[in-house]
Design a protein around this ligand. Structure first.
Ligand SMILES: *[C@@H]1O[C@H](CO)[C@@H](O)[C@H](O)[C@H]1NC(C)=O
Ligand SMILES: *[C@@H]1O[C@H](CO)[C@@H](O)[C@H](O)[C@H]1NC(C)=O
Ligand SMILES: *[C@@H]1O[C@H](CO)[C@@H](O)[C@H](O)[C@H]1NC(C)=O
Length: 304
């Protein structure tokens, strides 16, 4: 009897140790849905402000580890392998993109799943170019969003993808940048872009708040996720698109389809197009689009 209770005691002790370890080491998504908690976790760079600048290469193994361990939120999976429940503002809207998903679906065999990268991802629902593929065809991917006000909303949407509270570098190395917080028109402050009247009228007079955000080159994300093939890359970063494209080692990765917003790019759609034509890229479809003033204008370049 005495031995049995000793054993029981020991089991309980071990059990509580495990519970303790679990509770205090797992930062789950529910904690992060609170804005302050999320902000403290991801936007506090005192701990991780090293590994920035031109001397750090995009495949530096410490950098890849930093991104993987501190700037990626893994997809939440409901227990027993069931798909998670989406928590969208409009559950009946199947495809919130402005036509991009339909164009991509014409090119790819999208029904068998795939991997996407979307940047900026906003809240993961509004005008999302990738939600349709994820929700109805089991795709997964990576959603990159720099603005913490958008990022915390995205955490609530139940997206089945990796989420990253960071930005794509406009240089071939990692850096912390000043980011203008402007809802769906946020951008890297120092990059030279074309501003339109809507933005100038809405934001310039009010002065947008700025915030420090950690950027990584696209290739570093791929190394952190251990992937080389992207079925669809949606790039919409309010003017920095061409500079982001210039950092990509196209010989090391395979981007099957690509959409790029060019409206705010200083070099215009011609600049983006001629850059993409000079590199040896086996992308099947590139969509250059313009969302202003109202509707999407597509010019589809079919390569190969
Ligand atoms: C939700 O999406 C559907 C389908 O696109 C649309 O008809 C409806 O107006 C939307 N509802 C709201 C509240 O925006
Ligand atoms: C659903 O989203 C709302 C905000 O849009 C949030 O307040 C709520 O906590 C979310 N619910 C779940 C279960 O994540
Ligand atoms: C990365 O992916 C390759 C090929 O898919 C696989 O062989 C390798 O084990 C993976 N490495 C890690 C660290 O997951």
């Amino acid at each position: 009897m005495k031995r049995l209770s000793k054993k029981l005691c020991l089991y309980f002790f071990i059990f509580f140790i495990f519970v303790f370890i679990f509770v205090f080491t797992s930062k789950n998504n529910n904690d992060l849905k609170n804005y302050d908690e999320m902000f403290k976790t991801f936007y506090n760079y005192q701990k991780y402000d090293d590994l920035n600048g031109p001397k750090i290469s995009m495949d530096d193994s410490n950098l890849v580890r930093k991104l993987r361990e501190h700037f990626l939120v893994k997809p939440i999976k409901e227990s027993k392998g069931k798909r998670i429940r989406y928590n969208l503002s409009n559950m009946s809207e199947k495809d919130p993109s402005m036509g991009q998903a339909t164009e991509i679906a014409k090119i790819l065999d999208y029904t068998k799943g795939g991997f996407f990268i979307e940047c900026g991802a906003l809240d993961g629902e509004t005008r999302s170019n990738t939600l349709y593929f994820e929700r109805y065809y089991g795709w997964t991917g990576l959603l990159i969003e720099a603005d913490p006000l958008n990022f915390v909303k995205m955490l609530n949407k139940g997206r089945q993808a990796y989420l990253s509270p960071s930005c794509l570098s406009v240089n071939p190395y990692p850096e912390i940048v000043s980011f203008l917080q402007r809802s769906n028109m946020g951008r890297i402050a120092d990059d030279e872009v074309v501003e339109d009247e809507v933005i100038s009228n809405t934001f310039e007079t009010k002065k947008s708040p700025m915030i420090n955000v950690q950027c990584f080159p696209l290739y570093t994300y791929l190394l952190a996720l251990n992937i080389t093939v992207i079925d669809y890359f949606s790039l919409d970063v309010e003017g920095s698109e061409l500079n982001v494209l210039k950092t990509i080692p196209f010989d090391k990765i395979d981007i099957k389809t690509l959409s790029v917003e060019f409206f705010h790019v200083k070099e215009g759609d011609d600049g983006v197009r001629s850059f993409l034509e000079t590199i040896n890229i086996n992308t099947k479809c590139i969509i250059l689009y313009n969302l202003m003033p109202r509707c999407a204008v597509f010019c589809v370049l079919l390569m190969s």
